[in-house]
Every structure is written in C-alpha cells, then in structure tokens.
Design a protein around this ligand. Sequence first.
Ligand code: ZN
Length: 253
Amino acid sequence: MTRPAALAAVRRRLASATLALALSPGIGVAQDATAHFVEANLLATLYHELGHALIDIEGVPIYGQEEDAADVLSILLIDAFYEEEDAVALAYDTAFGFLGEAERSRAEGLAPAYWDVHGPDEQRYYNLVCLFYGADPEERDDVAADLGLPEERADYCPDEFDQANAAWGAILDEISAQAPGDTFRLGDLDPEFPAAADLIRDEVGLLNEDFALSADLTIQMLPCGEPNAFYDPDTTAITMCSEYVDYLAELAP
Ligand SMILES: [Zn+2]
C-alpha cells in the first residue's frame, strides 16, 4: 500500500518555541513544553475537524464511527505532513492530550461515557499510538514501547495503518491533485490569542498548497463560551474555540 503521492513531499515544520511562547496569554517563557503541547493539540484537533469537513464536503463514505474516522485522518496527516522529529513530538503531545482528558474525567469522578460519539479517551490514545507506530514500525519501535503499546496490539498496527491509508488515500489523492487552490478560507481570528491565530493562519496557507476542495471551507478561531472545536456543515466552517487554547494549557502534563 503506498501513501497518497502528493503527501510524500514533506514540508511542514512545527513552529519553534518562539512562536509557541505566546500561544496562550497565560504561558510564560519557562513553559516551552506547555506551549508545544498546546500547539500540537491545536493542530491535531484542526486535522480531526478537517476529517469531519472532508466527510461532509467530499461525501467520503464512513464505515464505522465518524469520530474514529476523523481521528484516523488526524494521525495520517501528522504522519504525512511532518519531518520525523516533529511528527514524533506531535504524536506524543496528542497522545498525552487524550491521557490528560482521561485523568481529568477520573479526577472529576466521571465514568467513561460509553454513550458518547467519541471513543473513550484511553482508547483514542492507543488507536493513535498504534496507527502512528504502524506507519513506520522500524523507525517507531521505541515510540510504541515508550508509550506503552502492548505487543498484542502492536502486531496488527502496520496492517491497521495500511487500511487507514487505503480508506482515506483516494480522497486525499483527489484533493491533492487539484492543489494548490484557495478553498481554505481564513475566517475571523480572536485577537486575544495572537500566536494561536498565527498558527491557524499559517495552516490555512499550507492546506491551500496541499489540497483543493470541492467547496470553500472556512477556518476560524472565536470565543464560543466553552473549550471546544467543531465543524458546522451548514456554514462549512471549522471553529476552533479560543477557550480551547487556555483549556489545553491547563491540560498540559
Ligand atoms: Zn469530532
């Protein structure tokens, strides 16, 4: 199974600590790790929401839970877009994001919400680790061990990655073939979070280099009254809530 050809050209780089410093107004110079965690989880969440947007705009068929499919796209893009060192850093921080959510729920005495459209956080954690490892098992053996992926699951992860790549590959090839384009539209960006706004602005530019969609997709960062991120099919817009930036800074390990 080969990867979508157009995504083989890796050119994204994680923003350096200098940009990450001001991601959340509350983050100071001594907290680079927190800033990187915030940046990584903003990107992973944006790619997850892009999964919902592609499913809607491009009519991607989904076998299974849509939330799982969106998680899978996020991991595929992290693997495809970034140099190894940055991809690994993103995978760790995103994995720790799921663990952080799980710990927070436990601390609040909440049982795993099996009724939720999202899988339990720990399961999302292992799915992420598995697919990321499966994308390059030789290179990422130590990552899998470090993040506690059991052998019983690890054995299947290269096949799981190939399946995921095959599922999303056709549409990624299609929208890559039309690129560059200008279908990713920058919406309003909350001026209270200038570095996060820069991150999103840059990402919109990069996505236009990689993909051209069948319809315009707006990406915006606005206060929503809750830490969240969502795709709205009525407006074909992804909203990254600015509250989510502070939420992630608090969630950082
Ligand atoms: Zn979702």
